[in-house]
Design a binder for this molecule. Sequence first.
Ligand code: IMP
Ligand code: MG
Length: 174
Amino acid sequence: MRTLISAEELKARVKELGREITRDYEGKEFTFLIVLKGSTLFGADLFREIKSNRVELDCIRLSSYKGMKSSGSVSMDQGEMTRFEGRNLLIVEDIVDTGTTLSFFLKELEKVHPESVKICSLFEKKDVNRGRVRVDYLGFDIRNEFIVGYGLDLDQKYRNLPDIEILEESDRND
Ligand code: IMP
Ligand code: MG
């Protein structure tokens, strides 16, 4: 494994994103929607950088990954989707890779007519996503490599690493 982004760099970028979001949503009521589980650490840090008394916190579980590849099908623990009707939603994701997960969710959301939907993602593999999903607030554009740490996993492991590490196929049995 080798470190791609240190905890310090993550912290600094999260602060900047928080400032941007705070400014853009000034005076507006909105829902900060954390996508479980990958975004839990990022989301918790970013949420505390949002200076607003009109923001609500919500979570949804979406998953599409098996090992180091997108499985192509997305599962969702939706709860009541109707709770998003008429809401200003800020979706908080860990990483947009192929865009499959969020494309699926955005389609589901359309059915319940939110007032507005924006996406904040800590990472995007722009070369893979190729504009399929538009990220409004992006932490870092990264190359097509598999990363773990700061909430991101390989088969549920490594989420606790404080830095972002690049995982090679050969690291799998460490
Ligand atoms: P997508 O549907 O291909 O855009 O993939 C999105 C989801 O796959 C993310 O929410 C992550 O959970 C997972 N994912 C994609 N790339 C990585 C990676 O490099 N490391 C860990 N998880 C990833
Ligand atoms: Mg994941």
